[in-house]
Design a protein around this ligand. Structure first.
Ligand code: GLN
Length: 255
């Protein structure tokens, strides 16, 4: 089985609620299967300084406060957009959590009204309505959209079913464009905007989501799905997931 090369964008800037744990879960689930896994850190600066980006087959970017988003969005737009655009359009696998999900959309209007232009690769926009509107905070659960859950790869690795669990904390409310496919539909909690029942977005094999937790620690079946898609394989060797299965079941009862 080929190697998983994770391109990890802005690790030190966008790591709210332990989102870097997602990369640790991917690395661990590969190691337990003797699948080689390497993490390439992609920070601010010219992409020309990174000579192995073509090897990246799983792109990850975490969440962060408005201040962190403001500090990286210019670099994300000016230096990283060509790579991320070509990467997404070529059907490669990616996971963008919360603040980075927002910046993959058309724009993020921050709490102070500043409008951060996004990459426009996710057909959506996000508005933070300021301090007068409560943040979307708490445990959250959602059913993955049927197109994704009926993917034969998901059927082979999705040993915990099609519901995902997590934790959310965002002021921004994301509105999908007409025709954009949500990642999931909320069964408990807020999701994209606490209004239309959608959570996240799927574009190609890239997922945007509001789930922290970290999402892949709480949903190891989703981690396996991303690994399988990234490696372009139909299934993965089974692991002893007794503990993760028990923790998933317990977390589903959280209110
Ligand atoms: N700062 C953004 C918001 O408040 C994203 C927060 C996050 O990444 N958890 O919506």
């Amino acid at each position: 089985m080929s190697r998983l090369t994770i391109g990890y964008l802005y690790k030190d800037d966008l790591n709210l609620y332990g989102d870097n744990g997602n990369v640790e879960v991917l690395t661990a689930r590969c190691a337990r299967r003797d699948i080689e896994c390497e993490v390439l850190l992609i920070n601010k600066g010219k992409l020309s300084s990174y000579n192995r980006l073509s090897e990246v087959n799983l792109l990850f970017m975490g969440g962060g406060p408005d201040s962190s988003q403001k500090s990286i969005y210019g670099d994300f737009l000016e230096e990283k957009k060509p790579f991320v655009r070509d990467y997404l359009l070529s059907g490669k696998t990616g996971l963008f959590v919360c603040g980075s999900y927002q910046l993959m959309g058309d724009y993020y209007r921050a709490a102070d009204g500043a409008e951060l232009k996004g990459l426009g690769l996710f057909k959506a926009h996000t508005i933070h309505f300021g301090k007068n509107k409560p943040r979307c905070i708490g445990n959250v659960r959602a059913k993955i959209n049927s197109e994704l859950s009926s993917d034969p790869v998901f059927k082979n690795v999705g040993f915990l079913g099609d519901e995902i669990i997590g934790f959310e904390n965002h002021g921004g409310r994301t509105y999908l464009d007409e025709g954009a496919a949500p990642f999931a539909h909320v069964t408990y909690g807020h999701g994209n905007n606490s209004e239309d029942g959608t959570e996240g977005i799927v574009v190609g094999n890239c997922i945007g989501t509001y789930f922290h937790g970290p999402i892949l620690a709480k949903n190891p079946h989703l981690a396996d799905y991303l690994i399988a898609k990234a490696l372009n394989v139909i299934e993965l060797p089974k692991l002893n997931d007794l503990l993760t299965t028990a923790s998933y079941a317990a977390s589903k009862k959280l209110r």
